[in-house]
Design a protein around this ligand. Structure first.
Ligand SMILES: O=c1[nH]c(=O)c2nc[nH]c2[nH]1
Length: 433
């Protein structure tokens, strides 16, 4: 049996199908030989937005709003990445941590330092993680000790791209990374947009994370109707653009992002922790936008994509509760027809299966990669899950169906249940190591 409800999860009965896929890629099928009935293989998790240098400040400054948090905690921490040895150790630590948690593909923000950002590329390559890696650009609002000139920023971006592309890693893709509109001048963003177009490179940045940030952008970049319009004017929006947060968007901005075919990343943990806002993912799904999930460590306090899945479901449930309460206040009690009195259907919170897909196949598509499920033609990135490992946080019972087992893992499982991690069919993590 192939579990349709979870789309890409394969239990023992799906073993033949998976073995066939592995053989097609001349990959090792040994991992499946002794699969127990409760173990299953699922696609690797995809983190579409994470800041590697922020591991050291995880869980700090949660009393601050975004802009205050950046200046008090983040920029001083990122400035330390001028130091080669420190950066080497720290970036390896992040990649090891995320891989251990089942993240087989991640889109990383590094720092403004080209040489140590290359160490992050090296860490992903050595440890076997598929990664997009960006040298951050900042030539506007930033402290003196952590800022570039426009010229430096452009020259260093070109050097970074040359270095990564000449290395020809099968795992690492460079991504152009203007931090966000408050820290980048329009000439810099425009030049980066041109480079991205000429060299066919993806772009990542932040968009509409907090109201204070939006107000700052409108003051710094006058003459534009919205934050989205600033990026559009700079030529940063296209099908290879990855935009973190996107909480406070107008309908018009959503239309622009849709017409440019941009990928949007829901960073639920960070949005809650820094109290940035409630991102209504159903609104964006209903408009057909390309969406993925991100931990946004360390705005988010965890590197775990399993946590990201749960946070996304939790936030969506809050949206449903809020919507329901609002309807009740308006006297619009749900009708037997399941429609509100104005005829609109009731709010549909994100299901666990939808969140699972966002964290795998959809994330892979936002990052322009050909993984995320086990269909023919896709590269094999997978996790071997053991719900019954000795120290498992899961409680299984003999009447649990395969669906129940997956559901329990996604809600309550953790790194301990991830026995093996495969990237491009190669075993890169084994819990027995
Ligand atoms: O959550 C965030 N983390 C960051 O590092 C950042 N920089 C700009 N905007 C940001 N948001």
């Amino acid at each position: 049996m192939f579990l349709v409800v979870w789309a890409q999860v394969l239990f023992l009965d799906g073993k033949d199908r998976l073995q066939q896929r592995l053989r097609e890629h001349e990959l090792d099928t040994e991992c499946l030989v002794n699969l127990t009935p409760r173990q299953f293989v699922m696609p690797g998790l995809v983190d579409c937005h994470i800041h590697s240098p922020q591991l050291a400040i995880t869980a700090l400054g949660t009393d601050k709003g975004l802009l205050d948090w950046l200046t008090t905690y983040t920029y001083p921490a990122e400035a330390r990445f001028a130091d080669h040895d420190f950066a080497h150790q720290a970036h390896h630590k992040t990649v090891r941590r995320t891989l251990r948690g089942g993240t087989t593909l991640a889109s990383y923000y590094s720092t403004i330092h080209t040489d140590t950002t290359l160490l992050l590329c090296q860490a992903a390559d050595e440890l076997g993680q598929r990664a997009l890696v960006g040298k951050v650009n900042m030539d506007l609002i930033a402290p003196e000790f952590y800022r570039e000139t426009t010229q430096q920023s452009v020259a260093e971006t070109e050097r970074f791209l040359d270095e990564v592309l000449s290395y020809k890693s099968g795992l690492v893709t460079p991504v152009i990374t203007p931090r966000f509109a408050p820290s980048c001048t329009l000439p810099l963003m425009t030049k980066l947009g041109e480079i991205a177009k000429e060299r066919n490179i993806p772009i990542q940045t932040h968009l509409s994370e907090t109201v204070e940030e939006i107000e700052t952008v409108m003051k710094l970049h006058p003459g534009h109707q919205s934050y989205t319009e600033v990026y559009d004017a700079a030529g940063l929006l296209g099908p290879k653009t990855i935009l973190g947060h996107c909480i406070h968007l107008s309908d018009k901005e959503i239309d622009t992002l849709k017409s440019r075919d941009c990928g949007l990343v829901h960073c639920a943990c960070s949005n809650n922790t820094l109290r940035s806002g409630v991102m209504d993912i159903r609104r964006l799904m209903d408009r057909g936008l390309k969406l993925g999930l991100g931990t946004d460590m360390a705005g988010g306090y965890t590197t775990s994509m399993l946590a990201s899945i749960r946070h996304s479901v939790d936030v969506s449930n809050m949206c449903a509760i809020h919507s329901h309460n609002k309807q009740r206040q308006n006297g619009e009690h749900q009708q037997a027809s399941n429609h509100t009195t104005d005829g609109s259907p009731p709010y549909r919170p994100l299901t666990m299966a939808e969140a699972f897909r966002l964290a795998t196949l959809d994330g892979s598509s936002v990052l322009g990669q050909n993984c995320g499920n086990f269909e023919p033609g896709r590269e094999f990135d997978g996790l071997l899950i053991d719900p019954e490992v000795k120290d498992s946080p899961l409680d299984l019972f003999d009447f649990d169906t395969p669906d129940d087992v997956v559901q329990k893992f996604l809600y309550t499982g953790d790194d301990r249940n991830i026995s093996k991690v495969y990237v491009q069919g190669r075993e890169v993590v084994s819990r027995t190591e």
